[in-house]
Design a binder for this molecule. Sequence first.
Ligand code: TXA
Ligand code: MG
Length: 324
Amino acid sequence: MVTIVDARSDHHGALEKACAVLRSGHPVAIPTETVYGLAGDIHAEHAIRRIFEIKGRPASNPLICHVSSIEMACEYVHFDDLALSLANAFWPGPLTLVLPRKMRGAALELASAGLSTLAVRIPQGFSRELIECFGRGLAAPSANISGRVSPTSAVHVQEGLGQRVGLIVDGGTCGIGVESTVVEISECVCALLRPGGLDVSMLERMIGRSIETRSDHTVLKSPGMMASHYAPRARVRLDALEVFPDEALLTFGACSVAGAEAAKSVQNLSVKGSLEEAAARLFDAMLVADRTGATTIAVVPIPLEGLGLAINDRLRRSAAPRIS
Ligand code: TXA
Ligand code: MG
């Protein structure tokens, strides 16, 4: 049976219960500012194995180690000057740094998929407090079945993972709604592995130059970036300028779409044309559209700037050809 504890009405109780589950070597689903994570003690081999099992995630796809301070991160990875300045500027927040791994051990080998690097980030809010309370790093991928849409509410987690997880901490809807921006830093050079909740132009402004994007070797460097991902049941059709009656429509801003009145459903990701609002609503809107039974989710063009990079990345992956 899955227990759901509400961190908004019983903050202290939620921290205690989550800590107890983590100490017993089991994973727990927790809210972060980006998406819900399936968190486990990064030093507990059993917990890390369970995370991969629950998600059906390939062992070759490494996890992010969540920490509560830069000092704690330093136990796990080596920081150069660039990494340190990015951490100081953007943590806690939606930025993940892939850095040379320091710490060894069976659980860490599993979590990092045997790579010489480890991804680290300090999340905001409840999850950070939980790590502080727990005293060690938490491995936490998004709390969804591998390849499916990421959860931005406790209900999404429950619907997606069902009885596979014992405890879900409900912290309300995630404010950012897309996963963290992932960058790899090596010898003071920064490469973008995944656009996400931190606008890349803010990173570029901070480091004073543009960031290289790893597209081709991303598949090798970051196995989670494989094409088909974030997949709802329905097919996804991008850059739609018209919509058909068996389709559900995701629109944006003041865009008018021919056929909208006959569509299965119409959801505007942001009437006022805010990419932040659209990012926060994206995954829920995909899940709602999927529930209408539409064969296809048609999505209007979304501007390719700011958080639009992350939105377009997730949409492209959800539209990619599927293996099964
Ligand atoms: O916002 C987020 O990042 C959320 C919340 C829960 O923190 N977590 C999340 O984790 O999205 P996950 O596992 O769904 O995505 C992590 C991404 C994957 O694409 C993975 O391949 C990549 O980060 N990654 C992790 N460790 C890596 C490493 N050492 N080198 C390259 N890529 C890495
Ligand atoms: Mg994920």
